[in-house]
Every structure is written in C-alpha cells, then in structure tokens.
Design a protein around this ligand. Structure first.
Ligand SMILES: [Zn+2]
Length: 705
C-alpha cells in the first residue's frame, strides 16, 4: 500500500493536514483496487505556471491499467476542474471521483484539465526554525514556485497502484522546474522555458519547485550532480558540486552504490531545509552559510541511502533521522577528532536532558517527524545514540557490515527498527534475547539511564592499588555497559561495567596510585545529565521549566514586540512579558530570568551584581568573556548560572537602532549550544560557552595511596 511515510524525509518536518487526509483515504479504499495492484498508472502531466495570477494550470493524461473502471484523484481543495475527458465524474471536497465505461476492456486513458491558485503565506525571515517550511504547502511568487508533495498540485491518485510520471513544466523564460526523477530536458523558446522530468520509481507523492535558476552540473560516474541557484548565489555552485561529489563517494564506500540518477541542490526563496529523493531544497541565506556544504548538505545526501533509499516503515517508529544524523552530522565530527565527537555526544545528551526529558519525552517507536525541540531531541538525538551504543557493543566491523547488509537487501523497501536489530544480531553474534532487551528498553519505552556512583575506595590487592565502587541506576532500569575509567599519574585504565540491576560493583586494578574515577567519561551511554554537567546555554533557556521575562524600564516602544519574537524563538512564545515593576512585585524565587535590556530597578540590578566578576554589564557597555564585549559589538546575549538558576540577558547597548535590535533578536535561536554571544549590525562577532561546575560522575580520589 502506498504510504506518505515512504517519503518520510521530505514530509518529516511538516504535519500537513492534507497529506494525512489522503493517507486516511488510502487506508479506507486500498482493498477495492487489489485486482490491478501490480500494474502501473502512467501520468503524462503538462503544467504551466502563471506567476502573475499565482496559478498553476495542468493537463494530466492518465493512462490506466486494463480493467480499471473507477478512480479517485485528490487535488488541493479549491482547485477547479476545467474538463474531464474519458470518464464521467463527480468532484467533492477536493476529490475527483471518476467512473469509466467498462464494456471495452482495453486500456484506457482519462484527461483531466484543472487550475488552482497557490498562495500560502510565508515569512522570509522567521523568528524560529523549529518548524522549517512554516506549514507552507504551495505558493507561487513572481519568479519562483513551491509545491510540496501534499500540496495537491497534480491529481494524486488515491488507489494503491504503482505510478510513473512524465512531467513537463512550462514557465516564463528562464524559470526551470526541479523534481525527483531523471531530467529529460530544460529548453527555452522566445518567451518560455520547458522542463521535463521522468519519474519511473516515485517514492510517494511528488513535490516540485521552480525558479529563475542558474543551472550548473557535472557527472559523477552515471550520476548527474547539479545546482539550481538564483543568480546572486550562482558563484557557490562549484563549492556545492564538490561537496556533493565528496559525500556521495564517502557513502558509496561506507554503504553501497548511490541509488538515484541525480543529486541536485536547489535554492528556495524562503528558509527551508528539506531533503527529497535525489535533491535538497535549501533557503538562500542557508546556502550562503560557509559550513552548510559539510553539515546540512551532507545530512541530505546521506538521506538518499536512509529514508529516501531504504524506506521507513513508520509503524514502528521513524529510525531514518537518527541513522542519518549518526552517519552524517555525528560521523563528520568523528572524522575530525575524538574531542569533537565527544562534544557532539555531550550536546546531544544536553538537548535531551533540557528539552525532552520528563513530561515531553516519548518512545522512539512513536516518532514520526520533528515538530519542536523535544521531538528533535528524541527522534534525532536519542535515535542517534541507539546506533552509537550498538556500534560500541558489537564493534565497528560488525556494525558497518550490518548497515551494508540492510542497504543491499532493503533498498526501496519499508524497513523497521526490527530489521536493523536482526542485522546487528546477525553480524554482531547477539542472541535473540539480548537484541529484544536492547530494542525494548531504548525504542519501545521512553527515558534515559539515570546513573550514579557511590562507595568508592582504594584498597590494596596483591600489593597493587585497586579502585572499588558501585554504579547505581534509578528506575526505569536498563541493561547497559558503562565505561568506568580510573586515571593515575602515568596511565589510565578503562573497563566496561555491566549494569543490569539497580546496582553493580566494580573493581579496577591499577599499576600506579589512582587519582580520579569517572563513569561514562566520554558520554557513550544515553543518560540523563546532572545539572552540574550542563553549561548555561541558549538551549538551557529554551528548556527552562519556569522562565520570567522582564523588559527593562523606559525601553523604546518597539522592543516589546521584538522581545515577543525573541521569546518565540526561545520556545517561550506564550509567557507573559513583565515590566520591572511587576517583576519587583512578584515572588520569583526559583524562576529562571531573562532580561531584555539593562534593568533599572533594584531587584534586577541585585540579581546581576550577584553574578560577580563573570559579567560586567551596564546600559552602555558589557564584557562577559575576553573577546565578547562591546568593543566590537552593539548587542549581547548571555546566559549565566547562579545556584542552578539561569539568569539571561539580551542587551542592546544604548543607541543601537531598532532595526539592528530586531535583526539580532531573530538570530539568537540558532545559537542554541552557546551561552555567550555578541553581535555587530546583526552579525555575530563572538561566541562562547560558560564554565561548567563539574560532574558527580567524576570523583577525585585525593591523596589515597
Ligand atoms: Zn534528516
């Protein structure tokens, strides 16, 4: 049965009501079409984009398999059906019900003519990117057009039948269309441009985008690598073509042959980060960021293997974001250095601890797509850790071999966590029980390990020092291997302690005098961090359970709206903004505080002076780190921790104009892992993370022998 989740990645960042409505119909009517389930419906689809009228006009000639007498096609509600040839029809709620005469059994075709206005509103510079795409399904501008798979821009057949397409898109001269499949032609005449694509193995409903693109391309073996950039960014083409080629080569070595005819990087006119089978759609500003070719782009290329190549069987949870994050975002850190990889794991645990643990948590088996920071922390972060823990358990060789097996055997097939577990068991020599326990504890229930260490002592055994202690876990319990490391002056020793009950004892023999003991020192186990392990960052503000937002007295009038936007970007769009006088009147003990502007009254000023010498703050100046000061900046955002309570401040120094304040406020949400930031004219000039105060899982043994 056709499922929108096959194209999970392209849909995964939206919750389009239209798609779910269609999915429901599929379920209801799938059985009625069994007799032709193995034959193709072929679309010869011609569409024209009329930019002035924000209208798409289409003619779809649908060639039907033998014996088909009834067919339902869904459009975007509001699309007008201009003509139907070859069938009688009714049109209700965006669904066209077609009835073909059955006396002649030979294959038939139906011709549908339709047109619709596509004008979803979009924001060119949203405050938050937690819902990239902003729910926009279809929109046409003067120079571009955007149609997601669920936008109903062509007749989406609701019967469960394989489909193939040949799509010709006509637009004003210089505007080319891009979609999945193989390019047949981009051609121009005096007034118009024509783009023709053939899609022989659609991954689900099709998306399509068009724009006034400069097209650059090259061949990598039989794969066409292309960039579709607007003129202003055309100079970036070589950098992107090089990067795509590099990533494809990397994953061909790691996983197996690239599965599509092309890979295209396509520019969008508002901020998006979508991956589709064989192409990705990135916003203009995103494209210009220097790190994108090695970060987001690599992630999108990796999805061609995982999610768009091997499909997700969403019934047991979407694994593809976790695996793609692991082999792209995470692995790129590991390729640089051990420290970067360790830091990435720590940040992943931080995000979970701050943004998802507790009431917002959910099991991976129910993850479909991200829609807020909590769902991302679980669906991407925790899932990534599941692969990491499995890799440490069975070893590199078995782990990568298992992924190769899955790719070789399950390309274009709906695949579940269970298939991965089987492959890991096979290659890693694990028993059925072991794998079932691993799957149940990490995937079918929520939560993370809560680890503690106790009863540490150093004894002498056979004239050598031996460190003994107990690992403790709270409920819910996990079966885990926890690395415990003892360091001495000249060497360190690490052992995996198997923890499958409330406690486990360990004893580690050393050559020299031991100095420190650390449990999970490199953040290899998916566990809840202690507050002491988490630095004060913007993510910590996003995760605050109780935040007071305080606007400085005598602020310029527009600041309150900018503050509202900043709060939205920080996940707190619904809290009240207090004046300093209401702040003074309220009991705020235990609340985290965010100031917008320099407070003038005593209560706010006292809170700031309690921070001591970590911050020098006044209305006209600031210094929060060596290179984060008003010397090269006009605005600061800083987060501090005082007695496990967050005190944060957005401070435009006196005289900074409103436009700059707004531009800077929009950026804060993107710097989640940082806690100290400075900006000049909206451009970042300094960033850093505050100190952390230590971990209960790292214990100094003092002067023990
Ligand atoms: Zn992804």
């Amino acid at each position: 049965m056709v499922s929108d989740f096959r194209q999970i990645y392209s849909l995964c960042r939206l919750r389009p009501a239209f798609i779910f409505a269609i999915a429901g119909l599929w379920i209801l009517f799938a059985t009625a079409f069994d007799s032709v389930a193995q034959q193709n419906i072929h679309h010869e689809l011609e569409v024209e984009i009329l930019h002035d009228a924000k209208t798409l006009r289409g003619i779809d000639t649908i060639h039907l398999p033998e014996g088909v007498s009834r067919l339902r096609a869904a459009f975007r509600p509001g699309v007008r059906i201009l003509a139907v040839e070859g069938a009688t029809h009714t049109y209700r709620d965006g669904v066209l019900y077609l009835n073909l005469e059955t006396s002649d059994p030979s294959p038939k075709s139906v011709v549908l003519r339709y047109e619709g206005v596509f004008d979803d509103p979009f924001e060119a510079e949203p405050f938050s990117m937690d819902n990239p795409g902003q729910g926009v399904m279809g929109t046409i501008t003067q120079d571009a057009a955007f149609f997601l798979a669920g936008s109903g821009w062509y007749p989406v057949i609701l019967e469960d039948t394989a489909e193939t397409f040949r799509v010709s898109v006509t637009a004003p001269k210089g505007i080319y269309a891009v979609m999945e499949g193989r390019l047949e032609t981009h051609a121009d005449d005096a007034e118009k441009s024509l783009s023709t694509w053939s899609v022989s193995r659609p991954s689900g409903p099709l998306a399509m985008f068009a724009g006034r693109y400069v097209v650059n391309e090259r061949m990598h073996d039989k794969v066409r690598i292309a960039t579709y950039f607007f003129a202003a960014n055309a100079g970036l083409a070589t950098r992107y073509l090089d990067a795509v080629q590099r990533h494809i080569t990397r994953y061909e070595t790691l996983h197996g042959p690239y599965p599509f005819d092309k890979f295209a990087v396509v520019e969008n006119f508002f901020p998006t980060g979508y991956g589709f089978p064989s192409y990705t759609l990135l916003g203009s500003r995103v494209l210009r960021l220097p790190f994108i070719p090695d970060t987001s782009l690599r992630h999108e290329v990796a999805h061609c293997w995982w999610g768009n190549g091997v499909f997700v069987d969403a019934a047991g949870g979407n694994w593809c974001e976790g695996l793609t994050t692991y082999v792209a975002d995470y692995l790129s850190k590991e390729e640089h250095s051990f420290e970067e990889a360790r830091d990435y794991r720590l940040r992943t645990l931080e995000n979970y601890t701050l943004l998802a643990a507790g009431a917002q948590d959910f099991p991976l088996s129910t993850f479909r797509s991200r829609y807020n920071p909590a769902s991302q922390a679980v669906g991407y972060g925790k899932a990534m850790f599941v692969f990491h823990m499995m890799r440490l358990w069975i070893g590199d060789k078995a782990f990568w071999a298992a992924l190769r097996d899955i790719y070789a055997e399950r390309l274009y097939q709906r695949t579940s966590w269970g298939h991965f577990m089987d492959a890991f068991a096979e290659r890693g020599g694990l028993s059925r029980d072991e794998v079932r326990t691993f799957h149940n504890q990490w995937i079918t229930r929520p939560g993370a390990l809560q680890l503690a260490m106790d009863s540490l002592r150093v004894v002498s055994a056979a004239d050598r020092p031996q460190v003994e202690g107990i690992l403790i876990q709270k409920s819910p319990r996990f079966n885990v291997r926890v690395p415990v490391e003892v360091t001495a002056a000249s060497a360190s020793r690490r052992e995996n302690v198997y923890l499958d009950d409330a406690t486990a004892t360990f004893s580690i023999r050393m050559q020299g005098a031991p100095r420190t003991v650390a449990a999970d020192p490199d953040f290899d186990v998916f566990r809840l961090l202690y507050p002491e392990e988490i630095p004060a960052t913007i993510n910590a503000v996003k995760g605050s359970k109780s935040l007071a937002a305080v606007l400085a007295e005598d602020s310029p009038a527009p600041w309150v709206e900018i503050f509202r936007g900043l709060l939205m970007g920080l996940n707190h769009g619904d809290i009240e903004i207090w004046s300093e006088s209401s702040f003074a009147a309220e009991d705020t003990a235990g609340k985290d505080i965010l100031f917008f502007g320099m407070p003038k009254r005593e209560k706010g000023r006292n809170l700031l002076s309690a921070l001591g010498d970590q911050a020098v703050l006044s209305a006209g100046a600031f210094q929060v780190a060596e290179d984060i000061s008003n010397r090269n900046a006009d605005t600061m955002f800083a987060v501090f921790k005082k007695n496990q309570r967050l005190v944060a401040m957005f401070l435009p120094v006196a005289g900074t104009d409103v436009e700059t304040v707004l531009r800077t406020a929009r950026k804060i949400t993107h710097y989640g892992r940082y806690g100290l930031l400075s900006f000049k004219d909206g451009v970042n000039t300094g960033k850093g993370v505050g100190e952390i105060s230590g971990s209960p899982l790292v214990v100094d043994l003092g002067d023990n022998p």
